[in-house]
Design a protein around this ligand. Structure first.
Ligand code: FES
Length: 109
C-alpha cells in the first residue's frame, strides 16, 4: 500500500461491502470519497453538516474527533440516529483511519 493511502470498508444499504482506497493527503472527507466511488451518498449540502444525507454508522473502534455543534444539530434532526451515527462529510480522511468500517444509514428523504 503506498504511503498516504488507507483502506476503508463501506457497507451499503443493500448490505454489499465495498473496500475503498482512500488518499489521506488530499483533505478529502469520507462523504467525498464515497461519492467518488459512486456510492449512494447524496451529500446535498456539500459537506456543511446541514443536510445529514451523508449519515453513516461507524462500526469499527476508531477514535474519531468529537462531533462539532453543527454536526450534533444536524444529527439531532436526522432519522434513524444511533449512538454510532456520524456525518461522513465531517470525517476527514487521515492515516489513523486505516481499516475504518462504516455502514450507510437508511435514506430519510
Ligand atoms: Fe450534508 Fe454531510 S453532506 S451533512
Amino acid at each position: 500500500m503506498p504511503e498516504h493511502v488507507i483502506t476503508i470498508t463501506v457497507i451499503d444499504r443493500e448490505n454489499h461491502t465495498h473496500c475503498l482506497e482512500a488518499p489521506t493527503d488530499m483533505g478529502l472527507s469520507l462523504m467525498e470519497l464515497c461519492k467518488s466511488y459512486g456510492l449512494p451518498v447524496k451529500g446535498t449540502c456539500g459537506g456543511m453538516a446541514l443536510c445529514s444525507t451523508c449519515h453513516v454508522y461507524v462500526l469499527s473502534e476508531h477514535e474519531l474527533p468529537p462531533p462539532s455543534d453543527d454536526e450534533l444539530a444536524a444529527l439531532d434532526s436526522a432519522f434513524f440516529v444511533k449512538t454510532n451515527s456520524r456525518l461522513s462529510c465531517q470525517i476527514r480522511l487521515r492515516d489513523e483511519l486505516e481499516g475504518l468500517r462504516v455502514e450507510l444509514a437508511p435514506e430519510s428523504e
